[in-house]
Design a protein. Structure first.
Length: 334
């Protein structure tokens, strides 16, 4: 085939123009940031993730696109940390109970009856020792950017009576992937079973397990109260989150993008933490109003009995967690 010089020039021109426009497009393309989590959108974490998207896209218009995937849509527990390390997602916010493969220190948060209330949890998280934990998994590739609250945990079963530790003897409980929680239920003479969050409803419904522990918000949004008979307001522990990112990806971001995302995270954290208390209060009331599971209150004596029964767990994990860290957390109660 024979080309005239003008045809060659125009062909070159077209391909040059195409190359230029596609590289310009590439430069203009927003950075896609995937935020995956396991709970419903109307929960504290679900709301925090949506707020992060809103603020990040407002502060960095055209530069970032945040895609939020709730309800274990992309990955469930266990898989999401691997996905983060592989770069398949950029943000996750697992419960603090789910990090024990990466650090023993964060297990602190699972010690039963460690914190008196969510204000104490917050004080500890904002302390120097609390903040240090955010970077405690950096050598494993995980960088914590913030703590997000959910709330205190309550206990539920498919039995009529749930007042004292002896009422759960021999029962099977679903737990998060945490050795401390496993020890907690063993101390009660119960049988713990580690299960992903997305499998809990069915496990309760079919009787694979008799009970579980969770916040009002998770119980309501997953309808656990529809497949449990009794929920006791034990407040024996906490479910909170660490928002983590892939440390290498984060450090490789352009400075302006990282700064914008940091700002968005700070705003989303404030919002999520304020929502957490409201949503748990609302969901507790919705559970009471639904009248499906009975909600029982505990007396001071009941609480003391649960506390005593779970006490052996502390000694078992003190060496792993560090006595200094436990003391710092306890100091936040005052
Ligand atoms: C659970 O597995 O029960 C919770 O950690 C779920 C969540 O993310 O709140």
């Amino acid at each position: 085939m024979k080309f005239t010089s003008s045809r060659i020039l125009s062909a070159l021109g077209i391909s040059l123009a195409f190359a230029l426009s596609s590289s310009a497009l590439a430069a203009d393309k927003p950075i896609v940031i995937k935020f995956s989590h396991v709970v419903a959108a109307k929960t504290p974490k679900g709301q925090g993730a949506l707020k992060f998207k809103e603020v990040a896209e407002k502060l960095l218009p055209g530069k970032v696109e945040v895609q939020v995937f709730p309800n274990s849509q992309l990955f469930g527990d266990g898989k999401e940390m691997e996905a983060l390390l592989l770069g398949d997602v950029q943000f996750i916010a697992p419960s603090l109970s789910k990090f024990d493969r990466y650090t023993k220190k964060v297990q602190l948060f699972d010690l039963p009856f460690l914190f008196d209330d969510m204000e104490a949890v917050d004080r500890f998280q904002q302390s120097d020792k609390g903040k240090e934990l955010l970077s405690s998994m950096k050598n494993r590739g995980l960088l914590g950017l913030a703590y997000w609250h959910n709330g205190m945990k309550e206990l539920s079963t498919n039995k009529d009576r749930l007042q004292r530790p002896e009422d759960v003897k021999g029962l099977k409980f679903r737990i998060q992937a945490s050795d401390v929680l496993e020890a907690q239920f063993r101390a009660l003479g119960a049988n713990p079973q580690k299960l992903a969050f997305s499998e809990v409803y069915q496990a309760l419904q079919t009787g694979v397990v008799d009970g579980q522990e969770n916040t009002w918000s998770n119980i309501y949004s997953q309808k656990f109260h529809e497949v449990q008979k009794t929920i006791a307001e034990t407040n024996h522990g906490v479910i909170d989150y660490m928002v983590v990112t892939n440390a290498q990806w984060w450090e490789g971001l352009p400075d302006d993008i990282r700064a914008g995302l940091e700002k968005a995270m700070a705003e989303a954290t404030e919002y999520a933490n304020a929502e957490a208390a409201k949503l748990n209060k609302r969901d507790k009331q919705l559970i009471v109003d639904a009248g499906k599971a009975k909600v029982v209150q505990l007396s001071k004596e009941d609480v003391a009995a649960w506390r005593k029964a779970m006490e052996p767990v502390w000694k078992k994990f003190e060496a792993d967690i560090g006595a200094d860290l436990i003391q710092a957390a306890q100091a936040a109660n005052k």
